[in-house]
Design a protein around this ligand. Sequence first.
Ligand code: ADP
Ligand code: MG
Length: 270
Amino acid sequence: MGTPLLQINNLTVSFENENNSFTAVKNLNLSVCRGEIRALVGESGSGKSVTSMSILQLIPSPPASYKNGSILFYNTPDNCINLLKASSSEIESIRGRSIAMIFQEPMTALNPVLTCGDQMIETIMLHQQLSKKGATKEAIRLFTSVKINDPEKAINKYPHELSGGQKQRVMIAMAMSGKPDLLICDEPTTALDVQVQKSILILLKELQQETGMGILFITHDLNVVASFADVVTVLYKGEVVEENSTKLLFEKPEHPYTKALLACRPGLYP
Ligand code: ADP
Ligand code: MG
């Protein structure tokens, strides 16, 4: 066990209206250590995004209701904050800086009427005390670090002028600009073709190794994390059904659902 960074204990999330209540996540336990890549895997609707969005209070409550549980984020190895109970100003100071997020669809986070550079510069200036000139330099440095083609030209482009993979790299650069301790990736490669998907995973792993950040990587496709994650949590209908090191999970899956997920793609596993 490494040093804990994020520890979700008994998280239960329900959606309620006058007539009924639906529990999307049930007593979920999950942790991410410093320097660790944790995969959270489950089919569509299993509660992955509800879990990831709960970390930064991104689901309005109501309709979401949090009956029990805690989401502990360790600022330092011996000081933690319960994000479920944190004030909006506490969350604001953590979001983007200590914890950053990237999503499946970069266009939901990129502004179509601003150039990629302007958006990057804005984000950088939010996190770091830099002049516009300094922030521009930092934008180019970050674009280079995420291997965007021709960074000096890319900063003058609008998001629609970039391919899906390049847009996702802009998102990653923005997420990295706050130097996060934890990066949450909610299906960041799902919309990309296999080769691009692979190159994004390689990039994320490189960034993880350079910075020592922890990653919570969410996907419906267990195959994707085989050579990427250190540990895997399998979610089924809002409940954790299995958790193990990636190696053991692939070698000796215990739960029928995990076996079924593995059986979906025979031959692709190491
Ligand atoms: P996924 O694993 O595909 O990311 P989600 O976490 O988005 O799944 O959703 C889990 C379940 O919670 C789904 O049944 C979804 O319909 C339900 N759900 C998610 N958000 C809401 C909401 N705001 N109101 C009601 N139900 C929701
Ligand atoms: Mg989702």
